[in-house]
Design a protein around this ligand. Structure first.
Ligand code: IMP
Length: 444
Protein backbone atom coordinates (compact mmCIF):
# COMPACT_ATOMS: atom_id res chain seq x y z
CA UNK A 1 0.00 0.00 0.00
CA UNK A 2 1.57 3.24 -1.11
CA UNK A 3 0.75 6.94 -1.21
CA UNK A 4 -0.14 8.04 -4.75
CA UNK A 5 0.42 11.79 -4.21
CA UNK A 6 2.72 13.87 -1.96
CA UNK A 7 2.07 11.89 1.22
CA UNK A 8 -0.67 12.48 3.82
CA UNK A 9 -3.20 10.62 1.66
CA UNK A 10 -4.85 9.06 4.69
CA UNK A 11 -2.84 5.85 4.50
CA UNK A 12 -3.10 5.35 8.28
CA UNK A 13 -6.81 4.61 8.06
CA UNK A 14 -6.38 2.24 5.10
CA UNK A 15 -3.52 0.40 6.86
CA UNK A 16 -5.78 0.02 9.86
CA UNK A 17 -8.50 -1.40 7.64
CA UNK A 18 -6.18 -3.83 5.84
CA UNK A 19 -4.26 -4.81 8.98
CA UNK A 20 -7.30 -6.85 10.03
CA UNK A 21 -6.57 -9.29 7.19
CA UNK A 22 -2.78 -9.07 7.46
CA UNK A 23 -0.62 -11.47 9.47
CA UNK A 24 2.37 -9.16 9.12
CA UNK A 25 2.59 -5.39 8.53
CA UNK A 26 5.93 -3.97 7.36
CA UNK A 27 7.24 -0.39 7.24
CA UNK A 28 9.94 -0.39 4.57
CA UNK A 29 11.26 3.19 4.32
CA UNK A 30 11.32 6.59 5.98
CA UNK A 31 11.62 7.38 9.64
CA UNK A 32 10.01 9.66 12.17
CA UNK A 33 9.19 12.14 9.40
CA UNK A 34 6.00 10.10 8.88
CA UNK A 35 3.17 10.02 11.34
CA UNK A 36 -0.36 8.91 11.87
CA UNK A 37 -2.78 9.74 14.61
CA UNK A 38 -4.45 6.93 16.52
CA UNK A 39 -7.44 7.22 18.76
CA UNK A 40 -7.39 4.40 21.34
CA UNK A 41 -8.63 5.52 24.74
CA UNK A 42 -6.75 8.73 24.00
CA UNK A 43 -5.31 10.40 20.91
CA UNK A 44 -1.64 9.76 20.23
CA UNK A 45 0.75 9.75 17.31
CA UNK A 46 2.86 6.96 15.90
CA UNK A 47 5.79 7.82 13.67
CA UNK A 48 7.55 4.49 13.25
CA UNK A 49 5.49 1.61 14.58
CA UNK A 50 2.89 0.35 12.07
CA UNK A 51 -0.67 0.79 13.35
CA UNK A 52 -1.09 -2.99 12.86
CA UNK A 53 0.28 -3.14 16.43
CA UNK A 54 -3.29 -2.55 17.62
CA UNK A 55 -4.24 -6.06 16.45
CA UNK A 56 -2.86 -8.54 18.99
CA UNK A 57 -2.15 -11.30 16.42
CA UNK A 58 -0.42 -9.09 13.87
CA UNK A 59 3.37 -9.11 13.59
CA UNK A 60 4.79 -5.62 12.94
CA UNK A 61 8.13 -5.14 11.23
CA UNK A 62 10.26 -2.02 10.88
CA UNK A 63 12.36 -2.97 7.87
CA UNK A 64 15.98 -2.42 6.87
CA UNK A 65 15.03 0.46 4.55
CA UNK A 66 13.83 2.64 7.41
CA UNK A 67 15.86 4.98 9.60
CA UNK A 68 15.24 4.67 13.32
CA UNK A 69 15.36 7.37 15.94
CA UNK A 70 15.61 5.23 19.11
CA UNK A 71 14.40 8.01 21.39
CA UNK A 72 11.15 8.42 19.44
CA UNK A 73 10.70 4.67 18.94
CA UNK A 74 11.08 3.97 22.67
CA UNK A 75 8.60 6.74 23.46
CA UNK A 76 6.08 5.07 21.11
CA UNK A 77 6.70 1.67 22.72
CA UNK A 78 6.17 3.21 26.18
CA UNK A 79 2.96 4.95 25.10
CA UNK A 80 1.54 1.71 23.71
CA UNK A 81 2.56 -0.37 26.73
CA UNK A 82 1.05 2.25 29.07
CA UNK A 83 -2.27 1.62 27.29
CA UNK A 84 -1.74 -2.13 27.70
CA UNK A 85 -1.20 -2.55 23.97
CA UNK A 86 1.51 -5.20 23.78
CA UNK A 87 4.57 -4.53 21.61
CA UNK A 88 5.86 -8.09 21.82
CA UNK A 89 4.96 -8.57 18.14
CA UNK A 90 7.20 -5.74 17.04
CA UNK A 91 10.46 -6.54 15.25
CA UNK A 92 13.13 -4.10 14.09
CA UNK A 93 15.56 -4.91 11.33
CA UNK A 94 19.15 -5.15 12.47
CA UNK A 95 20.17 -3.53 9.17
CA UNK A 96 18.09 -0.38 9.62
CA UNK A 97 20.12 2.80 10.10
CA UNK A 98 19.99 4.86 13.27
CA UNK A 99 19.31 8.59 13.45
CA UNK A 100 21.85 10.27 15.73
CA UNK A 101 21.77 13.70 17.41
CA UNK A 102 24.15 15.10 14.76
CA UNK A 103 21.70 14.09 12.02
CA UNK A 104 18.96 16.22 13.54
CA UNK A 105 21.36 19.15 14.06
CA UNK A 106 22.70 18.95 10.51
CA UNK A 107 19.15 18.70 9.06
CA UNK A 108 18.12 21.87 10.92
CA UNK A 109 21.33 23.76 10.18
CA UNK A 110 21.44 22.83 6.50
CA UNK A 111 17.82 23.92 5.98
CA UNK A 112 18.67 27.30 7.54
CA UNK A 113 21.83 27.48 5.41
CA UNK A 114 19.89 26.79 2.19
CA UNK A 115 17.75 29.89 2.68
CA UNK A 116 15.42 30.22 -0.33
CA UNK A 117 16.71 26.85 -1.61
CA UNK A 118 15.37 25.01 1.43
CA UNK A 119 13.48 21.73 0.98
CA UNK A 120 11.05 22.30 3.84
CA UNK A 121 12.10 19.08 5.61
CA UNK A 122 10.56 17.83 8.84
CA UNK A 123 13.96 18.54 10.49
CA UNK A 124 14.00 15.07 12.04
CA UNK A 125 17.42 14.18 10.64
CA UNK A 126 16.06 11.93 7.89
CA UNK A 127 18.14 13.21 4.95
CA UNK A 128 21.45 13.22 6.89
CA UNK A 129 20.80 9.66 8.19
CA UNK A 130 20.24 8.35 4.66
CA UNK A 131 23.20 10.41 3.41
CA UNK A 132 25.45 8.60 5.91
CA UNK A 133 24.01 5.27 4.81
CA UNK A 134 25.04 6.06 1.21
CA UNK A 135 28.35 7.51 2.32
CA UNK A 136 28.92 4.35 4.39
CA UNK A 137 29.46 6.18 7.64
CA UNK A 138 26.05 5.23 9.06
CA UNK A 139 25.40 3.43 12.33
CA UNK A 140 23.02 0.49 12.04
CA UNK A 141 20.84 -1.16 14.64
CA UNK A 142 23.24 -4.11 14.63
CA UNK A 143 26.07 -1.74 15.62
CA UNK A 144 24.01 -0.55 18.60
CA UNK A 145 23.79 -4.16 19.73
CA UNK A 146 27.59 -4.47 19.98
CA UNK A 147 28.82 -2.01 22.63
CA UNK A 148 32.49 -2.14 21.61
CA UNK A 149 31.63 -1.54 17.93
CA UNK A 150 29.32 1.32 18.88
CA UNK A 151 31.96 2.96 21.06
CA UNK A 152 34.58 2.81 18.30
CA UNK A 153 32.23 3.94 15.54
CA UNK A 154 30.62 6.77 17.48
CA UNK A 155 33.94 8.18 18.69
CA UNK A 156 35.21 8.32 15.12
CA UNK A 157 31.96 9.56 13.58
CA UNK A 158 31.23 12.25 16.15
CA UNK A 159 34.74 13.65 15.81
CA UNK A 160 34.15 13.76 12.05
CA UNK A 161 30.68 15.34 12.39
CA UNK A 162 31.99 17.88 14.90
CA UNK A 163 34.18 19.32 12.15
CA UNK A 164 31.01 19.91 10.09
CA UNK A 165 29.03 21.25 13.05
CA UNK A 166 31.76 23.64 14.17
CA UNK A 167 33.43 24.72 10.91
CA UNK A 168 30.46 24.76 8.56
CA UNK A 169 27.56 25.64 10.82
CA UNK A 170 29.33 27.35 13.76
CA UNK A 171 27.55 25.05 16.22
CA UNK A 172 29.01 23.67 19.47
CA UNK A 173 30.59 20.20 19.17
CA UNK A 174 28.91 17.06 20.52
CA UNK A 175 30.45 15.03 23.33
CA UNK A 176 31.09 11.50 21.96
CA UNK A 177 31.11 9.90 25.44
CA UNK A 178 27.72 11.35 26.37
CA UNK A 179 26.24 10.12 23.08
CA UNK A 180 27.78 6.65 23.59
CA UNK A 181 26.25 6.39 27.08
CA UNK A 182 22.84 7.57 25.82
CA UNK A 183 22.73 5.20 22.84
CA UNK A 184 23.99 2.19 24.81
CA UNK A 185 21.04 2.67 27.10
CA UNK A 186 18.64 2.78 24.14
CA UNK A 187 20.35 -0.31 22.73
CA UNK A 188 19.60 -2.40 25.81
CA UNK A 189 15.95 -1.42 25.70
CA UNK A 190 15.68 -2.16 21.96
CA UNK A 191 17.56 -5.47 22.07
CA UNK A 192 14.49 -7.73 22.49
CA UNK A 193 12.93 -6.24 19.37
CA UNK A 194 15.90 -6.63 17.03
CA UNK A 195 15.79 -9.40 14.41
CA UNK A 196 16.90 -10.51 10.96
CA UNK A 197 13.65 -9.30 9.44
CA UNK A 198 14.38 -10.59 5.92
CA UNK A 199 14.53 -14.09 7.37
CA UNK A 200 11.42 -13.55 9.42
CA UNK A 201 9.49 -12.34 6.34
CA UNK A 202 10.74 -15.27 4.29
CA UNK A 203 9.32 -17.65 6.89
CA UNK A 204 5.99 -15.82 6.69
CA UNK A 205 6.07 -16.05 2.88
CA UNK A 206 6.82 -19.79 3.02
CA UNK A 207 3.85 -20.23 5.33
CA UNK A 208 1.72 -18.26 2.83
CA UNK A 209 0.82 -15.66 5.40
CA UNK A 210 -0.59 -12.28 4.32
CA UNK A 211 1.97 -9.49 4.43
CA UNK A 212 1.07 -5.84 4.07
CA UNK A 213 3.92 -3.54 3.05
CA UNK A 214 3.08 -0.07 4.21
CA UNK A 215 4.71 2.83 2.36
CA UNK A 216 5.21 6.09 4.24
CA UNK A 217 5.14 9.51 2.51
CA UNK A 218 4.11 9.19 -1.16
CA UNK A 219 5.12 8.65 -4.78
CA UNK A 220 5.96 12.30 -5.45
CA UNK A 221 8.24 12.41 -2.40
CA UNK A 222 10.25 9.44 -3.72
CA UNK A 223 13.97 10.18 -3.98
CA UNK A 224 14.17 8.75 -7.51
CA UNK A 225 10.66 9.25 -8.86
CA UNK A 226 9.39 12.30 -7.01
CA UNK A 227 9.70 16.04 -7.53
CA UNK A 228 13.45 16.16 -6.82
CA UNK A 229 14.95 17.95 -4.91
CA UNK A 230 11.69 18.54 -2.99
CA UNK A 231 11.49 14.92 -1.90
CA UNK A 232 12.34 12.75 1.05
CA UNK A 233 15.52 10.66 1.06
CA UNK A 234 14.01 7.19 0.62
CA UNK A 235 11.86 5.24 -1.85
CA UNK A 236 8.17 5.24 -0.88
CA UNK A 237 7.17 3.73 -4.27
CA UNK A 238 5.99 0.10 -4.41
CA UNK A 239 9.40 -1.07 -5.70
CA UNK A 240 10.94 0.27 -2.49
CA UNK A 241 9.16 -2.46 -0.55
CA UNK A 242 11.47 -5.14 -1.94
CA UNK A 243 14.69 -3.30 -1.12
CA UNK A 244 13.45 -1.88 2.16
CA UNK A 245 12.10 -5.15 3.53
CA UNK A 246 14.43 -7.69 1.93
CA UNK A 247 11.93 -9.66 -0.17
CA UNK A 248 11.95 -10.48 -3.88
CA UNK A 249 9.54 -8.78 -6.32
CA UNK A 250 7.81 -12.05 -7.18
CA UNK A 251 6.54 -12.34 -3.60
CA UNK A 252 4.32 -9.26 -3.92
CA UNK A 253 0.88 -9.97 -5.36
CA UNK A 254 -0.79 -6.61 -5.48
CA UNK A 255 -0.20 -2.88 -5.24
CA UNK A 256 -2.84 -0.58 -3.77
CA UNK A 257 -2.47 3.18 -4.11
CA UNK A 258 -4.04 5.66 -1.71
CA UNK A 259 -5.04 9.09 -3.03
CA UNK A 260 -7.08 11.89 -1.57
CA UNK A 261 -10.12 13.12 -3.51
CA UNK A 262 -8.12 16.35 -3.86
CA UNK A 263 -4.38 17.05 -3.49
CA UNK A 264 -2.19 18.32 -0.65
CA UNK A 265 1.50 18.98 -0.22
CA UNK A 266 3.71 20.03 2.71
CA UNK A 267 7.03 21.78 2.24
CA UNK A 268 8.42 23.52 -0.80
CA UNK A 269 8.19 22.73 -4.53
CA UNK A 270 5.83 23.17 -7.49
CA UNK A 271 2.18 22.17 -7.15
CA UNK A 272 0.22 22.84 -10.38
CA UNK A 273 -3.32 22.53 -8.98
CA UNK A 274 -2.64 24.46 -5.76
CA UNK A 275 -5.55 26.65 -4.64
CA UNK A 276 -4.34 29.79 -2.93
CA UNK A 277 -7.80 31.34 -2.38
CA UNK A 278 -10.92 30.52 -0.39
CA UNK A 279 -11.52 27.03 -1.83
CA UNK A 280 -8.00 25.97 -0.80
CA UNK A 281 -8.60 27.36 2.69
CA UNK A 282 -11.93 25.55 2.92
CA UNK A 283 -10.32 22.21 1.91
CA UNK A 284 -7.58 22.77 4.49
CA UNK A 285 -10.09 23.55 7.24
CA UNK A 286 -12.60 20.78 6.41
CA UNK A 287 -9.85 18.25 5.80
CA UNK A 288 -7.89 19.28 8.95
CA UNK A 289 -4.83 19.58 6.75
CA UNK A 290 -2.06 19.99 9.29
CA UNK A 291 1.04 17.77 9.38
CA UNK A 292 1.02 15.00 12.04
CA UNK A 293 4.76 15.37 12.61
CA UNK A 294 5.38 19.10 12.32
CA UNK A 295 1.89 20.62 12.64
CA UNK A 296 2.58 22.62 9.47
CA UNK A 297 -0.38 23.71 7.36
CA UNK A 298 -0.64 21.63 4.19
CA UNK A 299 -1.05 23.31 0.81
CA UNK A 300 -4.32 22.22 -0.86
CA UNK A 301 -5.44 21.91 -4.48
CA UNK A 302 -7.72 20.06 -6.94
CA UNK A 303 -7.24 16.41 -7.85
CA UNK A 304 -4.52 15.99 -10.46
CA UNK A 305 -5.02 13.04 -12.81
CA UNK A 306 -1.60 13.50 -14.43
CA UNK A 307 -0.13 12.71 -11.00
CA UNK A 308 -2.60 9.85 -10.61
CA UNK A 309 -1.62 8.26 -13.94
CA UNK A 310 2.05 8.66 -13.05
CA UNK A 311 1.51 6.94 -9.68
CA UNK A 312 -0.37 4.09 -11.38
CA UNK A 313 2.53 3.57 -13.78
CA UNK A 314 5.48 3.94 -11.39
CA UNK A 315 3.90 1.70 -8.74
CA UNK A 316 2.11 -0.73 -11.07
CA UNK A 317 -1.07 -0.09 -9.09
CA UNK A 318 -3.84 -2.67 -9.24
CA UNK A 319 -6.40 -0.46 -7.58
CA UNK A 320 -6.91 2.74 -5.62
CA UNK A 321 -8.37 3.85 -2.33
CA UNK A 322 -9.83 7.36 -2.56
CA UNK A 323 -9.91 9.11 0.81
CA UNK A 324 -11.60 12.22 2.21
CA UNK A 325 -14.34 12.35 -0.43
CA UNK A 326 -16.54 14.00 2.22
CA UNK A 327 -14.24 17.05 2.31
CA UNK A 328 -15.69 17.99 -1.10
CA UNK A 329 -19.32 17.64 0.08
CA UNK A 330 -20.23 21.33 0.21
CA UNK A 331 -18.75 22.40 -3.12
CA UNK A 332 -21.01 23.65 -5.91
CA UNK A 333 -18.55 22.52 -8.54
CA UNK A 334 -15.35 20.50 -8.48
CA UNK A 335 -12.41 20.75 -10.85
CA UNK A 336 -10.15 17.92 -11.90
CA UNK A 337 -6.87 18.48 -13.67
CA UNK A 338 -6.98 16.12 -16.68
CA UNK A 339 -3.69 17.23 -18.31
CA UNK A 340 -1.30 20.20 -18.34
CA UNK A 341 -0.47 22.95 -20.75
CA UNK A 342 3.30 23.09 -20.95
CA UNK A 343 4.96 25.79 -23.05
CA UNK A 344 1.83 26.15 -25.19
CA UNK A 345 1.37 22.39 -25.78
CA UNK A 346 -1.02 19.92 -24.16
CA UNK A 347 0.89 17.50 -21.96
CA UNK A 348 -0.84 14.34 -20.72
CA UNK A 349 2.02 13.03 -18.62
CA UNK A 350 3.69 14.17 -15.41
CA UNK A 351 6.98 15.84 -16.44
CA UNK A 352 10.10 14.50 -14.76
CA UNK A 353 11.76 17.91 -14.63
CA UNK A 354 10.72 19.89 -11.57
CA UNK A 355 11.41 23.09 -13.55
CA UNK A 356 9.02 21.93 -16.29
CA UNK A 357 6.43 21.02 -13.66
CA UNK A 358 6.66 24.56 -12.30
CA UNK A 359 5.69 25.84 -15.79
CA UNK A 360 2.73 23.45 -16.15
CA UNK A 361 -0.70 25.03 -16.19
CA UNK A 362 -3.51 22.64 -15.26
CA UNK A 363 -6.20 21.92 -17.86
CA UNK A 364 -9.37 21.43 -15.84
CA UNK A 365 -12.68 19.73 -16.41
CA UNK A 366 -15.40 20.95 -14.12
CA UNK A 367 -17.89 18.53 -12.60
CA UNK A 368 -21.00 19.41 -10.62
CA UNK A 369 -20.69 19.06 -6.85
CA UNK A 370 -23.24 17.03 -4.85
CA UNK A 371 -23.74 19.47 -1.96
CA UNK A 372 -24.92 16.71 0.34
CA UNK A 373 -23.17 14.96 3.16
CA UNK A 374 -21.55 11.65 2.21
CA UNK A 375 -20.31 10.87 5.72
CA UNK A 376 -23.09 8.35 6.36
CA UNK A 377 -22.73 6.58 3.00
CA UNK A 378 -21.66 2.95 3.35
CA UNK A 379 -22.10 1.71 -0.23
CA UNK A 380 -21.88 3.15 -3.73
CA UNK A 381 -25.70 3.10 -3.87
CA UNK A 382 -25.82 5.52 -0.89
CA UNK A 383 -23.67 8.09 -2.68
CA UNK A 384 -25.24 11.08 -4.44
CA UNK A 385 -25.16 10.62 -8.25
CA UNK A 386 -22.66 13.46 -8.71
CA UNK A 387 -20.26 11.88 -6.17
CA UNK A 388 -20.45 8.57 -8.01
CA UNK A 389 -19.83 10.35 -11.32
CA UNK A 390 -16.82 12.07 -9.77
CA UNK A 391 -15.33 8.73 -8.69
CA UNK A 392 -16.02 7.12 -12.07
CA UNK A 393 -14.36 10.07 -13.77
CA UNK A 394 -11.22 9.64 -11.64
CA UNK A 395 -11.11 5.87 -12.29
CA UNK A 396 -11.44 6.42 -16.02
CA UNK A 397 -8.79 9.13 -16.13
CA UNK A 398 -6.31 6.87 -14.35
CA UNK A 399 -7.50 3.61 -15.95
CA UNK A 400 -7.48 1.84 -12.62
CA UNK A 401 -10.38 0.53 -10.51
CA UNK A 402 -11.29 2.16 -7.22
CA UNK A 403 -11.48 -0.45 -4.47
CA UNK A 404 -12.14 1.70 -1.38
CA UNK A 405 -13.70 5.11 -0.74
CA UNK A 406 -13.30 6.81 2.60
CA UNK A 407 -15.93 9.36 3.71
CA UNK A 408 -14.70 10.21 7.21
CA UNK A 409 -12.04 9.47 9.79
CA UNK A 410 -13.90 6.65 11.58
CA UNK A 411 -13.36 3.00 10.64
CA UNK A 412 -16.99 2.55 9.64
CA UNK A 413 -17.00 5.60 7.36
CA UNK A 414 -15.72 3.48 4.51
CA UNK A 415 -17.18 2.12 1.28
CA UNK A 416 -15.57 -1.12 0.16
CA UNK A 417 -16.20 -1.57 -3.55
CA UNK A 418 -13.75 -4.41 -4.09
CA UNK A 419 -11.65 -6.40 -1.68
CA UNK A 420 -8.23 -4.86 -2.38
CA UNK A 421 -6.46 -8.03 -1.25
CA UNK A 422 -8.37 -10.56 -3.35
CA UNK A 423 -10.03 -8.13 -5.78
CA UNK A 424 -9.07 -6.83 -9.20
CA UNK A 425 -5.60 -7.23 -10.68
CA UNK A 426 -4.41 -4.58 -13.09
CA UNK A 427 -3.48 -7.30 -15.53
CA UNK A 428 -7.21 -7.70 -16.14
CA UNK A 429 -7.33 -4.32 -17.80
CA UNK A 430 -7.05 -4.10 -21.53
CA UNK A 431 -7.21 -0.97 -23.63
CA UNK A 432 -10.87 -1.61 -24.45
CA UNK A 433 -12.11 -2.29 -20.94
CA UNK A 434 -12.78 0.64 -18.68
CA UNK A 435 -11.98 0.22 -14.97
CA UNK A 436 -15.66 0.51 -14.21
CA UNK A 437 -16.36 -2.52 -16.44
CA UNK A 438 -13.60 -4.39 -14.69
CA UNK A 439 -15.17 -3.63 -11.34
CA UNK A 440 -18.43 -5.12 -12.61
CA UNK A 441 -16.66 -8.11 -14.18
CA UNK A 442 -15.00 -8.95 -10.90
CA UNK A 443 -18.25 -8.67 -8.95
CA UNK A 444 -19.93 -11.13 -11.32
P1 IMP B 1 12.27 14.98 5.17
O1 IMP B 1 11.68 13.65 4.86
O2 IMP B 1 12.08 15.41 6.59
O3 IMP B 1 13.70 15.09 4.72
O4 IMP B 1 11.46 16.08 4.30
C1 IMP B 1 11.55 16.13 2.88
C2 IMP B 1 10.21 16.50 2.27
O5 IMP B 1 9.29 15.44 2.47
C3 IMP B 1 9.55 17.75 2.86
O6 IMP B 1 8.84 18.42 1.82
C4 IMP B 1 8.57 17.19 3.87
O7 IMP B 1 7.49 18.06 4.10
C5 IMP B 1 8.13 15.93 3.13
N1 IMP B 1 7.64 14.87 4.03
C6 IMP B 1 8.38 14.02 4.78
N2 IMP B 1 7.59 13.17 5.44
C7 IMP B 1 6.33 13.48 5.10
C8 IMP B 1 5.06 12.90 5.44
O8 IMP B 1 4.94 11.93 6.20
N3 IMP B 1 3.98 13.50 4.86
C9 IMP B 1 4.10 14.54 3.99
N4 IMP B 1 5.25 15.09 3.65
C10 IMP B 1 6.36 14.56 4.19
Amino acid sequence: MIGAQWGDEGKGKITDLLSKSADVVVRYQGGVNAGHTLVVQQTFKLHLIPSGILYPGTQCVIGNGTVIDPQVLLREIDQLEALEISTKNLKISENAHVTMPYHRLIDQASEAHRGTHKIGTTKRGIGPTYADKSERTGIRVIDLMEPETLRKQLRWTINYKNVILEKLYALPPLDPEAAIAEYLEYAERLRPYVADCGLLLDEAIQQRRNILFEGAQGTLLDLDHGTYPYVTSSNPVAGGACVGAGVGPTTIDRALGVAKAYTTRVGEGPFPTELLGDVGKMLGARGAEFGTTTGRQRRCGWFDAAIGRYAVRINGLDCLAITKLDVLDSLEEIKVCVAYELDGQRCEYFPRSTRKLARCQPIYETLPGWQRSTTDCRSLADLPGAALDYLKFLAELMAVPIAIVSVGAKREQTIIIEDPIHGPKRALLSANVSPVDVNQEVKR
